[in-house]
Design a protein around this ligand. Structure first.
Ligand code: PEP
Length: 255
């Protein structure tokens, strides 16, 4: 059984006081959540404060993630942040290959692979994001693009690493646009991603890996998205910024 994971990606939002206030409001709201993993990815500057606030609220089981991480441990890489640094700040996860990193910072599949491997090598969980643009979907290239992204992200991993790997299918046309993939579109892509993983690493690993859906998930559509058999959770941007709205997503109703 794959335990659902509901993840918040705050992107470039929230100061430290705002982040701490969020945790104070969010924790009581998810007191009665079912058996679900919860993850928050604040901006780098608020990671330590969020991890501290979660410890104070006795919810250190809520994962804290970095929205990105560099693959070298230290050195002359101005502006970059290493796996050791994010662990030190309180992270147990990192996101790799978010479409905004691919789009605005020209991150390639090979770079995403290096970041994902560095994260896993450091004992972190990693959420690897994949997904097609609208143009790629409209020209019938969705499956080629997603297959390439998944296969290249998984180069040089070993079977034992899979306990730390999560995928997120995030069609670029659905991110921050208010347009959500239909449950059928999401399920189709998730089944496909699982089949690509199966081709490379076999059925057992493919059956166990968690695949999240991301793209305008909100309280009004979370239940139908989470009802898809191959959707194991959600990676949420906009609707995660408000603690009441994100708590509703964590409290999704299955089926
Ligand atoms: C995201 O940033 O990963 C995302 C899915 O954003 P949104 O929920 O705002 O579409």
């Amino acid at each position: 059984m794959r335990k659902p994971l509901i993840a918040a990606n705050w992107k470039m939002h929230k100061t430290i006081p705002e982040a701490v206030d969020y945790v104070k409001r969010f924790v009581p709201a998810v007191r009665n959540a079912a058996d679900v993993d919860i993850l928050i990815a604040p901006p780098f500057t608020a990671i330590s404060a969020v991890a501290g606030a979660l410890r104070t609220a006795q919810r250190a089981d809520i994962f804290v993630a970095a929205q990105d991480v560099f693959y070298e441990e230290k050195g002359a890489y101005t502006g970059e942040v290493s796996t050791g640094m994010i662990k030190d700040a309180g992270c147990s996860f990192a996101i790799a290959g978010h479409s905004e990193r691919r789009q605005y910072f020209h991150e390639t599949d090979s770079l995403v692979n290096k970041k994902a491997r560095a994260a896993v090598r450091a004992g972190l969980g990693v959420i690897i994001c994949v997904g097609e643009t609208l143009e790629e979907r409209n020209t019938g290239r969705t499956f080629d693009v997603v297959k390439r992204q998944v296969s290249e992200a998984l180069l040089e991993f070993e079977e034992a690493d899979f306990g730390n790997i999560v995928f997120a299918y995030e069609p670029v046309w659905a991110i921050g646009t208010g347009v959500t993939a239909t449950p059928d579109q999401a399920e189709e892509a998730h089944v496909f991603i699982r089949s690509v993983i199966k081709e490379i690493y076999g059925g057992e690993i493919a059956g166990d890996v968690r695949i999240l859906y991301g793209g305008s998930v909100k309280p009004e559509n979370v239940d139908e998205i989470m009802a898809c058999p191959d959707v194991d959770g959600a990676l949420v941007g906009g609707a995660s910024l408000d603690p009441e709205s994100f708590s509703r997503l964590v409290m999704f109703k299955k089926g």
